[in-house]
Design a protein around this ligand. Structure first.
Ligand SMILES: NC(=O)c1ccc[n+]([C@@H]2O[C@H](COP(=O)([O-])OP(=O)(O)OC[C@H]3O[C@@H](n4cnc5c(N)ncnc54)[C@H](O)[C@@H]3O)[C@@H](O)[C@H]2O)c1
Length: 245
């Protein structure tokens, strides 16, 4: 029988994080649900058909990340799959971005992935198996259509982090990949764009619709699967044809 794996998903209370949790749960993977608030995680845990563990912490806080990883290890013994999904959107372009906003968005979107990766990799190396999945964005590749400067930079750096850690861990049974979605049908998109912007965006997407959260979850499941072990340092585009490469 295959070993039961454990996945830690940050931002698990959000639309894409909870879709990823449902997807990985359907593959029988035990889940660590991480976010800022306990209640939505408890609601999600109740509907999942697998063992879950809830951890509430701020991913931008280095000590909190390390403590959470310790706590999960005490509970489950291992973290085999890390999904760095927590993130905040900011649509401010260069001249309207404040230094506080720059630090907050970079800390939440990028520092978090660095801290958690650093905390998880030694045990993955010792086990000879690991999957790290970083949620970047199409904004990293196009400079941001509606997304702002800090957001685009944070997601671009997440791709560079993916390449760097992939190169460093490739001989340890660990794969490190990124997903670059564009316009998933989530409140992050619907609440932060005007009705006109939303309509204009759909017209620009060649497939003429938004990405469904379940389509994002499908990519997470694929990258986490045992048979994806030869894929590392890859950025999986999920952009409805906005860019071909
Ligand atoms: N929605 C899109 O179209 C889209 C496109 C590309 C990339 N993304 C990325 O996908 C990820 C998920 O986005 P979503 O649309 O599901 O957003 P969401 O707002 O629904 O989910 C993000 C989750 O992250 C959590 N979070 C934010 N800051 C945190 C912190 N400091 N500590 C712990 N948790 C924190 C939030 O509480 C939230 O539950 C994000 O990284 C986002 O940048 C989204």
């Amino acid at each position: 029988m295959d070993q039961i794996r454990t996945a830690l998903i940050t931002g698990a209370a959000g639309t894409m994080g909870s879709a990823a949790a449902r997807g990985l749960a359907s593959d029988g993977i035990r889940l660590v649900l991480a976010d800022l608030k306990r209640e939505p995680l408890e609601e999600l845990a109740q509907e999942l058909p697998v063992e879950t563990f809830i951890t509430v912490f701020d991913v931008s806080d280095e000590d909190a990340c390390r403590e959470a990883v310790r706590e999960v290890r005490d509970h489950f013994g291992t973290i085999d799959i890390l999904v760095n999904n927590a993130g905040v959107l900011s649509n401010n372009k260069l001249m309207s971005t404040t230094s506080d906003e720059w630090r907050r968005v970079m800390a939440t979107n990028l520092d978090s992935a660095f801290f958690l990766t650093q905390a998880c990799v030694p045990a993955m190396k010792a086990n000879g198996w690991g999957r790290i999945i970083n949620v970047s964005s199409f904004a990293a590749k196009c400079g941001g259509i509606t997304a702002g400067t800090t957001y685009s930079v944070s997601k671009g750096a997440m791709i560079a982090l993916t390449f760097s850690v992939a190169a460093e861990t490739a001989d340890s049974g660990i794969t490190v990949n990124a997903i670059a979605p564009a316009y998933v049908r989530t409140p992050m998109v619907s609440e932060q764009l005007t009705a006109e912007q939303r309509q204009a965006v759909v017209q620009k997407i060649p497939v003429k619709r938004y990405c469904e959260p379940e389509e994002f979850a499908h990519v997470v499941r694929f990258l986490a699967s045992p048979n994806a072990g030869f894929i590392t340092g890859e950025v999986v585009d999920l952009n409805g044809g906005l860019q071909f490469d």
